[in-house]
Design a protein around this ligand. Structure first.
Ligand SMILES: [Zn+2]
Length: 300
């Protein structure tokens, strides 16, 4: 086994050194990403204060460290419009932390504390497991971390796992986007040239049109991402503008950073107890992931 391992390493080294550029895009593995989605759902609901929230924080830190990222945690307290205080933590995995040119990829890791869209009123105070809403974006970012461990693009990459995206009550936008607002204020010299958010990207046969705020604020970034999707022939990316959605990309747009939200908002199980892994597929995760790999590894 040991000799085999060494031989395999030598083959990889030879492959990297000859024939192709060292930044050749790796292959995004949808099945591997889907395992990350399932592992999160096995922790149960992951809203702030829940046992699942503590479990996924440990999981993210361990995975990012295992995948060679420089890991940072940003704990903070968010004061809500109710006067209550939430203790939250953003988690960041950085690659090439000293690189000046950086891409930020974000996803929220918290899940909704109440299934307030569930068809059964008796379920509406129960927390959701968030396979697509929470789980899918994190799964895509973790698979990217696994690839970044083995193949370095020409730019720095920050994978940012936002807390507190989905806490707020419907109709009160003040108590949403808690982690991304905090993080966007603290960028300092980690200011990215592009921010890409993945949220609800895992539904079977997903269809993502160009999110409205992204199209208005970041037309070049949208054209680049959707252009890659067209080149790859992915029907999951609909080449037309869709609705505008309040999401974790907005604090970055407000900070003057080109940002895009990749999201399939036509999800019948949104904020219900039925947002479970069987509604998602490895193919949908791979569609988004393969576009992101192209974008990241071709960036200069
Ligand atoms: Zn949500």
């Amino acid at each position: 086994m040991r000799i085999l391992t060494i031989l395999a390493a030598a083959c990889v080294a030879a492959f990297q050194c000859t024939g192709c550029a060292k930044s050749a895009p790796p292959a995004f593995d949808g099945a591997s990403a889907f395992v990350f989605l399932r592992e999160q759902c096995d922790m149960g609901p992951r809203y702030p204060g829940s046992p699942g929230h503590a479990a996924i924080r440990r999981f993210l830190v361990e995975k990012l460290a295992a995948f060679g990222a420089s890991v940072a945690q940003q704990p903070f307290e968010a004061v809500l419009s109710t006067g209550d205080t939430l203790r939250l933590v953003n988690i960041v995995g950085s690659y090439r932390p000293d690189a000046r040119k950086r891409i930020l990829l974000g996803a929220h890791y918290d899940t909704r504390p109440r299934a307030d869209r569930d068809p059964d009123p008796a379920n509406r105070e129960r927390p959701i497991v968030g396979a697509n809403d929470g789980g899918s974006g994190v799964a895509v970012l973790l698979e990217l971390a696994r690839l970044l461990a083995a193949s370095s693009p020409a730019v720095g990459v920050d994978l940012v796992f936002f807390d507190g995206e989905d806490w707020g009550e419907e109709g009160n936008t003040a108590d949403y986007l808690l982690g991304s607002r905090r993080y966007a204020k603290s960028l300092g010299d980690r200011r990215p040239f592009a921010m890409i958010l993945v949220d609800m990207v895992g539904e079977r046969d997903s269809r993502m049109s160009v999110e409205g705020f992204s199209a208005a604020a970041s037309p070049a970034l949208c054209a680049r991402i959707y252009g890659i999707a067209r080149t790859l022939g992915l029907p999951n990316f609909v080449q037309a503008q869709g609705p505008s959605i309040i999401d974790d990309h907005l604090p970055f747009i407000q900070a003057g950073i080109p940002a895009i939200d990749l999201i399939d908002f036509e999800y019948p199980y949104w904020h219900t107890l039925a947002d479970t892994p069987d509604k998602c597929s490895s193919e949908s995760l791979a569609a988004v992931g393969s576009v992101l790999v192209r974008y990241i590894w071709e960036a200069r």
